[in-house]
Design a protein around this ligand. Structure first.
Ligand SMILES: N[C@@H](CCC[C@H](N)C(=O)O)C(=O)O
Length: 295
């Protein structure tokens, strides 16, 4: 836990399609962020509130990103709301890029962001705060093997998709069949996801247009998940018999989420691109006495 004598922690709050984050700028990696403090900051009633936390660190200052420092100046040290670490966050990387631009830490043009899931290339459409942001998310991996997810008495076959982090994509008749999602859906076999999984429930809205809900590992049901939307688009494409690597043509899906819309394009070389908004909504300082109350 950070001692009360530490300098106050500056933070911002941002979201991408209402997947919201506490942003903690810490270029030199001086702030101790144990899981308990991350969970406290992400608490929606007693803290600032967020689905996750974006720790903004120079790659050269973080042991997990030092090797990428030549390519990507900044490292997105992403944490889930319960304090756990995840490899990648798609909405998070757009909000991260928006913050870097907002703070004047990067100039105009494309940028590279280091993540635990590799270096991601980011394109900010306009200089103003309203432009969409496109991220090249890398290739989707589709591990073989049958997977199933269940909620209560309902069970669905699911597609195992890895976008740097693990996903189980289930096509359902009605998004309400996923229930309240207050607890994590069950999955089988357990060996498919030794580190847990993000579960997407998907319905069709039209040609190459789907809607989804998601239960995120470490955060619960969220109003959007970028890596989840990418996993859904790739699973839907394969279900629909579309594979850009075979046809040589890119395939685009519109993915509607409770918090907004993302556009996902899979290219013939396998690269998956995600486009959507990213917004900074507030900034402030965390009271050090709240972090470490006097005994
Ligand atoms: N909301 C994110 C995904 C965050 C990580 C996920 N909960 C996990 O544990 O893998 C996104 O937009 O991709």
């Amino acid at each position: 836990m950070v001692a009360v004598s530490n300098p106050p922690i500056a933070f911002l709050k941002g979201h991408g399609t209402e997947n919201d984050f506490v942003i903690v700028p810490d270029p030199d990696n001086r702030i101790d962020l144990p899981p308990s403090l991350v969970a406290k900051l992400c608490d929606r009633r007693a803290g600032i509130g967020g689905d996750g936390l974006l720790h903004v660190v120079r790659s050269a200052a973080h042991p997990e990103a030092r090797a990428a420092a030549e390519t990507a100046e900044w490292f997105m040290d992403y944490r889930n709301a319960d304090g756990s670490i995840a490899e990648m966050c798609g909405n998070g990387v757009r909000v991260f890029a928006r913050y870097l631009r907002h703070a004047g830490l990067v100039g105009e043009g494309d940028l590279a962001v280091a993540t635990r899931g590799g270096v991601k290339r980011v394109h900010v459409a306009k200089a103003d705060a309203g432009g969409d942001i496109t991220v090249s998310m890398g290739r989707a991996l589709l591990p073989e093997g049958d997977v199933a997810v269940s909620v209560g008495a309902r069970e669905w076959p699911a597609r195992n998709v890895n976008m740097g982090n693990p996903h189980a994509v289930a096509f359902v008749d009605d998004l309400d069949h996923a229930g309240d999602l207050f607890t994590a859906p069950s999955f089988s076999p357990a060996s498919a996801y030794p580190e847990g999984v993000n579960v997407e429930f998907v319905v069709d809205r039209g040609p190459r247009h789907v809607a989804m809900r998601v239960h995120e590992r470490g955060s619960g049901e969220t109003r959007s998940c970028g890596t989840g939307a990418c996993a859904v688009a790739v699973a839907a494409a394969r279900r629909d018999g579309a594979d850009p690597a075979v046809t040589g043509e890119p395939v685009t899906y519109i993915v509607d989420l409770p918090g907004g819309r993302l556009t996902i394009t899979e290219r013939p070389d396998g690269a998956v691109e995600m486009t959507g908004p990213a917004v900074i909504v507030a900034e402030g300082t965390v009271d050090p006495h709240w972090i470490a109350p006097a005994p």
